[in-house]
Design a protein around this ligand. Structure first.
Ligand SMILES: [Fe+2]
Ligand SMILES: [Fe+2]
Length: 183
């Protein structure tokens, strides 16, 4: 049986994946750019699969996911507001996926993690690498057309914001205690 601490952390991951899936589903639904329709739908599917994967891990370890209302993306929203265009969404996603990759790698390095959790982390690390890939290509295209400087400026601003959000999360329980040996 997993601890309440671990249950909350995995439920938090689940909520963030679900929130990502809902966002990409909406984008796939509304986009007027034909060439985005396929990758956005696939991205929506994979985030939904991730949400299900965490749900299943929690279930298989004998618990029920807890309700998490404030996700990582909620914190972005507070600092950044609503993204106004595709570029901002792609940049935010890029920063978020990098953070996710970082966090899952960190989690994988914790001693005594259940093999089911480890397996899920590894699978998601592989998928998130793909997500970063397709968005990277779109951002590179943007930079070629509009100048690298403009893109770098947005990314720098968002990375700073992400540091702030991550700092806050790392200092909040149960994250603070659970990951203390790695900080
Ligand atoms: Fe994901
Ligand atoms: Fe992702």
């Amino acid at each position: 049986m997993m601890s309440d601490q671990e249950l909350y952390i995995l439920s938090y991951y689940r909520a963030c994946e679900l929130s990502g899936s809902i966002l990409f589903g909406k984008l796939a639904f509304h986009t007027t750019i034909g060439e985005y329709r396929i990758p956005l739908t696939e991205h929506c599917l994979e985030e939904a699969e991730h949400a299900w994967r965490w749900t299943k891990v929690i279930k298989d370890l004998g618990r029920i996911p807890v309700k998490v209302t404030e996700t990582y993306q909620t914190e972005y929203g507070k600092l950044f507001g609503m993204p106004e265009n595709t570029l901002e969404i792609f940049c935010l996603t890029q920063v978020f996926e990098k953070r996710t990759l970082n966090q899952f790698t960190k989690h994988l390095n914790l001693p005594d993690t259940n093999p089911l959790v480890k397996e899920a982390l590894q699978k998601m690390i592989d998928d998130e690498t793909g997500h970063i890939g397709w968005i990277r290509e779109e951002l590179d295209k943007y930079a070629r057309e509009n100048g690298q400087g403009k893109l770098d400026a947005i990314m720098q601003k968002l990375e700073k914001m992400d540091e702030e959000v991550y700092d806050k999360l790392s200092n909040t329980e149960p994250f603070k205690t659970y990951f203390k040996d790695l900080l």
